[in-house]
Design a protein around this ligand. Structure first.
Ligand SMILES: Nc1ncnc2c1ncn2[C@@H]1O[C@H](COP(=O)(O)OP(=O)(O)O)[C@@H](O)[C@H]1O
Ligand SMILES: [Mg+2]
Length: 304
């Protein structure tokens, strides 16, 4: 199945620093002019650091010595063939899997010992590759399931009502309503999730991940199974979240989607990091082209 992408979109962000002008230093001369400003520190703080993480299942080395980092507000795509270890890496970051070696830091703090629900409270939210379905719940209720991590009581107790729990339920409902609104799903709030199209269900799953008001959103193939038009819409949603400053990591097979939304790309192969860079760098990296992007024609590559 060949791809017909003669001219793939490249939307890497361009944070070119203004040129720094260095004055010669002359100790004898004090200038009344304001000192040259330090170069603008426009690189946002580090949010996540994954350091030399490995995970084996029996004899399968699913993740091998993986390291990567994410700055606040960055959208980093993780690409690689099936079985490369991408989902395992996300599960390790979310705390669902304990790595054999390595460590994870969130805002400079070691979170290795924290269970998944505490990591969720610290702001890590994950949309799994195959999210669980919740038959019998309305769209709003199922999104509230995502928001309940913000609350102190469990979801079931929250809907069983004491005054405090009712207050809490109200705030969870507000968070869920906000998430539905952001994704254009308000009109579906009281529908059963079983009545939705696949594309709508994917949006609901994203709304559920957003309802906990995450600081770091991990999206594991959120656009898989969507048709072309839905993918384009999904890309716009990602761009909107990105423009609002949400930090994200995105596992996605659709190279066009990845290249159009990501600031940075990490390529995994056989559990390890194969390459890392901007979308443009990745698209012209020969190792990546031969290992993974084989079908994609590099834009400025081989013209000799
Ligand atoms: N729970 C598990 N038990 C055993 N092997 C697993 C488990 N999860 C993943 N693997 C194996 O680890 C490797 C990486 O899987 P995965 O992280 O799902 O890759 P990707 O998401 O890149 O497709 C694969 O060989 C897979 O079969
Ligand atoms: Mg996977």
């Amino acid at each position: 199945m060949g791809r017909d992408d003669g001219d793939p979109p490249l939307l890497g962000t361009c944070n070119a620093d203004p040129p720094v002008h260095l004055e010669p230093k002359d100790a004898s001369m004090k200038t009344p002019v304001a000192e040259p400003k330090p170069a603008p520190t426009d690189s946002p703080p580090q949010l996540l650091d994954v350091s030399s993480v490995s995970k084996s299942f029996g004899g399968v080395h699913a993740v091998k010595e993986m390291s990567l980092s994410l700055r606040t507000g960055e959208l980093r795509a993780i690409i690689g063939p099936n079985g490369a270890g991408k989902s395992t890496l996300f599960s390790i970051i979310a705390g669902r899997l304990i790595p054999n070696t390595g460590s994870i830091r969130l805002r400079e703090e070691d979170i290795d010992a924290l269970p998944p629900h505490i990591r969720a409270r610290r702001g890590i939210s994950i949309m799994y590759q195959n999210p669980p379905a919740f038959p019998g719940l309305t769209v709003l209720q199922s999104v509230m399931l995502g928001a309940h991590r913000l609350g102190r009581t469990g979801f079931i107790r929250a809907i069983l009502s004491t005054p405090g729990q009712r207050r809490e339920e109200r705030s969870l409902r507000e968070a869920a309503v906000d998430a539905l609104e952001m994704l254009g799903l308000s009109s579906l709030a009281h529908r059963q999730t079983t009545e939705l199209t696949f594309g709508q269900l994917r949006r609901v799953q994203l709304a559920r991940a957003l309802a906990s008001k995450p600081e770091l959103l991990l999206l594991d193939e959120p656009a898989s199974g969507l048709h072309r038009g839905e993918r384009t819409e999904f890309g716009k949603v990602l761009q909107k979240l990105h423009s609002e400053g949400l930090s994200m990591m995105l596992i996605e097979h659709d190279v066009d989607l990845v290249m159009s939304v990501a600031d940075s790309v990490t390529v995994m192969n056989l559990g390890a990091k194969l390459a890392e860079g901007t979308p443009a760098e990745i698209q012209s990296n020969p190792d990546v082209i031969s290992a993974y992007l084989g079908e994609v024609v590099p834009r400025n590559g081989s013209d000799h």
